[in-house]
Design a protein. Sequence first.
Lengths: 67, 903
Amino acid sequence: MERKRNTYLIVLFFTAFVLVNPPMITMFSGKRLIYGIPSLYWYVFVVWALIIGAVYWIHRPGKRKAS
Amino acid sequence: MSLGIVLLFLFAYLSLLFGIAWWTDRRVKLGSRMMSNPAFYAMSLAVYCTAWTFYGSVGKASTSGISFIAVYLGPTLLMPLMFPLFQKVIGIAKAQNLTSIADFISARYGKHAMLGILVTLFLFVSMVPYIALQLKAIATTLPMLLGESNASAMLKGNLQDTTAFYTMLVMALFSVLFGTRNLDPNERHDGLVAAISFESLIKLVAFLAVGIFVTFVLYKDPVSLFQDAQNTQSHLFKSAGENIHGWDWFFTILLSAFATLLLPRQFHIGVVENQNVRHVKTAVWLYPLYLLLINIFVLPVAIAGNLLFTDGSTSADTYVLSIPLSTQHYWLALLVFIGGFSAAMSMVIVETVAMSIMMSNHLFMPYLLRMGVAKDKEVSNLSFLVLTARRLSIFLVLIASYAYYSTISDKYTLVSIGMISFAGVSQLAPAFLGGLFWTGANRKGAVAGIVTGFLLWALLLPFPLLAQAGLLPSGFIESGYLGISWLQPFHLFGMQDMDAITNGAFWSLLLNTLVFVLVSIYAQPEIQELSQADFFVHFKKYFKGQHEPEVVRREARMEDVVYLLHKFLGEERTQLALRSYGKEKGLNTNMLVKADSDLVNYVETILSGALGAPSARLVIDSIAKSAPISLDELVAVLNQTQEIMEYSKALEVKSKQLEETTHRLQAANQQLLELDQLKADFITTVTHELRTPVTSIKALARILFDHPELEIARRDQYLDIIVQESERITRLINQVLDIEKIQTQQNSNRELVDLNELAEIAAATVVELMTQKEIVLEMNLGDSAIQVLGQRDRIMQVLINLLSNAIKFCPEHGGNIQLSVQKQSDIAILTVSDNGIGIKEEDQKKLFEKFSQLHDGIGGKPGGSGLGLYISRQIVEAHGGRISVNSQPGNGASFKVEWPLAN
């Protein structure tokens, strides 16, 4: 259980690391606007929110109590 | 806005904070569990967001777009690893009662005073500018709120200094009141944490308020704001790797992640003030969510500020406050100011409290105790002494920060000072992380690494910046240290294209880590370090020990360990085992006096191989604990165990041998069974062959007996058949007896036999049969005598057998038999050929076996026992010869017998 969770966490760490660093992040660079918001702005904040969501999901309380 | 109103609100706000802190302390003292809510923990971690976040992020975003966000992505990236890491760190800190980052590091490396002093001093140097930065933020923003246009430049300068001074005093007062009110053994300050959490909430609300105002009130929506900026400020929409160097971005993330772990205030809130490790599980998502929210409006505010203040007279670092002021939204401006004040205050308070714990524990108290001050005092006075040291430390830190502020801090932007402090505190990362995961890390390595890192950091970051500010001669920035061009502080070893922070962080962290690792490998650790190293790195096994009481920390005298190993492994293997352990751990086991629990476990594992796990455990327990059984007794018992093990090993060998024997016996038995089967077949066949003639004899005899009136001719015919059948039986019995004889008396009665002569006699014997069937016999004998050594009668038997076989298969008329005896070098060759029906190829193989009679469907069953050729082969082979057949169906058969010639 704990080992599985730690595996998820490590995978999440590396995925997040790649997503927010160059060269990945440069793909969304530029003055293009999506719904009026710069694409880079969208990208960074959506990725950020997804990381938070994933961290929450992995540590979500109900699952741990059951074990 | 008048000073009176601002001071009134500020005073009210401060009173609220004092009230919250006081009320919380009181509630907790009365037994309330309000602080066990993980939200307090997560919110107080947001002390990470200082005035730098509140004002400086917008300043940075106004020139380089989204690159400000790296400072918050660092902590976010750390969050997935946070819980496993903090489970360990908090567990260790609670178990050993470690109350600061300096305490933690010095405990890991043998609780050595020197390392604690070193870390404390370096942190003091790194943190003072950072605290000064907070004073500066408040000192710059308060006069703006009051309306700087009304004040003269001179007055403004004075007002700033006065603000900074009083701010410092207020913060010192708060820190002293809630950080050093009494001496808590766990260094927990519930009131302080509650107040900090509240401040985190206020700064978030304030920033969201100004963000929403700018984005949705000043501009109708973010779309119109970004569209306005799209053409004039599109460089702000570019990512790292384009508008700033990719490595600058990466290093900002790295440094901010390290800072989240190692900043004194972060360690204090995250580890020391932690009530329950499970709170970390909430913090890992709530804290980055906080960071996301407080940053979401930074870029819109920065862009709006750039659009509003085009003349460049307004510092981008103050846009957050300038925008509501310039649009006459004074209440919003006041809220923003209080938010900024909260951000600065929470940071200063926690940082100074954390620093004061370090300074009193690592600088003052060891000194005072060594001076003998404590000896003649009572316990209550000692705690008063500690608190006094704390209070003094708080004032010392704040006065140093104020001094730093009033001398140079107006020369920098907010962000650059913060990043320099981050780079400074990151120098603890190799020793901290290495100490948590690598048992080989030792104190000498840690000290060497930290000193190297901090020296390089000082030379590459604060010194050149101080020089740029005009406080030091600045020539070395261009010409390099000592006039060596590749020692330029901003381009060390000629490194280009990176900013000063990245350059400084890269070189200092690289050499720091390298020195730390290399010295750790080459230097000998001290004995007291080893158990701590094991405790920190393998914390889990100690942690689990709480639930499994039998897993205890075991230590033993090295002498006993060696005695045991000698006893059970012998001299040579003992040395080998200890040497390999020493090699792995980087220590000399011969020098050890005490075997730590790691070594004891290792020895147990080794002994398990020789004694079995339960016995090994028993042995180890006898030396690792004060055992009720003496060591000698136990050894005696275990010697028996060892004997039993050897005995059982010997049994194992025996049983293996038995198994092999059984296999061989099985094979022999199989052979016997086959032979038995053959014998049974043989008897079945023989009896069958006997029964046929006996049956006919019996039948005919009965006819003769029952019918005496039978005619003579018929009677004679019957009697003739009886005689023939009797002869057949006699023949069969003789042949069976022959086989027995051939097999038993192979080498007796040998004499010289002339095959020519024998052939003539044999031909004469069968000539009557041949004339009956009109068979022509051609003899082809050798010129001289062809002699072989053997039994005359037997060889004759072979010849007659072959000839009578030939006669048997020859046709009734026109039969032809050739008998030849030849000599070929030293071999005599005898052939008997006929022109009979021949033998099929598959039958040729079976021809010389017992009872093989050929059925061809033409001649029916030929007369004979089926033993003739078998007996012939036995005889020929008994004489060292060979018999073979060559035949094609319908073309007759040719039997060839080869014998070695006699001499």
